[in-house]
Design a protein around this ligand. Structure first.
Ligand code: ACO
Length: 331
């Protein structure tokens, strides 16, 4: 049975940088509050007209180049996002068309901050079962067009940024690549971090003038509750997957945690007794890019020379749903 090996990575961040100072003007927040509570200094926002599938395209082209592959070599596309260009069809189909490839399957994953890890599990299963040999997995978000940048939305809006990351996975030898991926969900908490509209649960239309007035088109979050669950679940999910893979925390050359809040990452790092220099972060410069978070940081870490062949790498994420996931990879 082949193993799924990551053979190329790429990312794209739109050029416009939004400093905390800029949010102060509309959000009734402060640079000091954002830095102290989240670690974030800045994030990237798209230029008018840019879309999630376009960000995904730029990241995908970089990943394909790094893998020495052309779009025509792909036989499966998986696209994780909570902010698709349109309600349907999914960004996977839009990306397939942008890449100029035809007929290969294009699957969208809607698992928010855990979307990349859910995608990794699907890609791994496709390759191991020999249903696919070369899979493109993209995680991308455009949050900036969906944030309440008034004081009402300040708890959520200061956290998020736009961006995309991508990986190419190929069939490879046993003992290398994705060794173990585990994901989970607890739908009892669906309403603790969610965005209601537009949605088919609304009558008579999916979005009404009243919904817009009430701000129900914006994400809502019980911040402290999410924080508590994120710390505990990332820790237990990661320890579970390491145990199943027979790898210890001390074996890890690098941990790539989902970038939701620097304080969450620091608490998880301390609880695992992990040296901070072996935990990658970029939330300071990009904020929370949700499904894009892990693949962007993976690409930045690889290009910075932080991963060598044979290293043990782990990833962990937690987010809306609630959903979570962790992976162990032999680089
Ligand atoms: N600027 C200034 N003040 C603010 C802001 C802001 N942007 N946001 C909240 N405050 C105020 C609150 O109103 C509150 O004021 P009060 O004490 O007068 O009532 C005070 O700051 C403290 O608020 P808390 O909610 O206790 O702040 P906390 O330290 O918990 O930080 C935060 C809030 C950053 C949202 C944190 O709870 C968090 O990071 N939660 C988890 C986020 C997360 O992991 N999300 C999951 C991934 S997202 C996804 O899946 C899509």
């Amino acid at each position: 049975m082949p193993n799924a090996v990551i053979t190329g990575t790429g990312h794209y961040l739109p050029p416009r940088i939004v400093l905390n100072k800029e949010l102060e003007q509309s959000c009734d927040t402060s640079d000091e509050w954002i830095q102290e509570r989240t670690g974030i200094l800045q994030r990237h926002f798209i230029a008018p007209g840019q879309t999630t599938s376009e960000l995904g395209l730029f990241a995908a082209l970089e990943a394909l180049e790094a893998a020495g592959k052309k779009p025509a070599d792909l036989d499966y596309i998986i696209f994780a996002t909570l902010s698709p260009d349109v309600l349907f069809p999914g960004c996977g189909c839009l990306l397939q068309s942008r890449l100029g490839v035809e007929n290969i399957p294009a699957l969208d994953i809607r698992n928010q901050c855990s979307g990349f890890l859910y995608g990794l599990q699907v890609a791994n299963a496709l390759i191991r079962s020999e249903a696919a040999r070369t899979v493109l997995l993209v995680g991308a978000e455009v949050h900036s067009t969906g944030l309440d940048l008034s004081p009402n939305g300040r708890e959520v809006s200061v956290l998020f940024g736009d961006g995309a990351g991508a990986v190419v996975l190929e069939a490879g030898p046993q003992g290398r690549g994705i060794i173990r991926v585990e994901v989970g969900a607890d739908g009892r908490h669906a309403r603790d971090l969610w965005c209601e509209g537009p949605g088919s649960a609304e009558h008579p239309e999916r979005i009404t003038a009243q919904m817009l007035l009430d701000g129900r088109q914006y994400p809502k979050m019980k911040g402290r509750l999410v924080f508590r669950h994120a710390v505990q679940t990332m820790k237990s999910s990661l320890l579970g997957v390491l145990d199943a893979a027979g790898v210890s925390v001390g074996d890890l050359a690098l941990l790539i945690p989902h970038q939701a809040n620097l304080r969450i990452i620091e608490m998880v790092t301390r609880m695992l007794d992990m040296p901070p220099e072996r935990v990658a972060t970029n939330i300071q410069l990009v904020g929370n890019t949700t499904a894009g978070s892990i693949p962007i940081l993976l690409d930045q870490s690889r290009r910075a020379g932080r991963l060598n062949e044979g290293d043990w790498l782990a990833m962990t994420a937690f987010g809306s749903g609630f959903t979570w996931g962790s992976a162990v990879i032999k680089w």
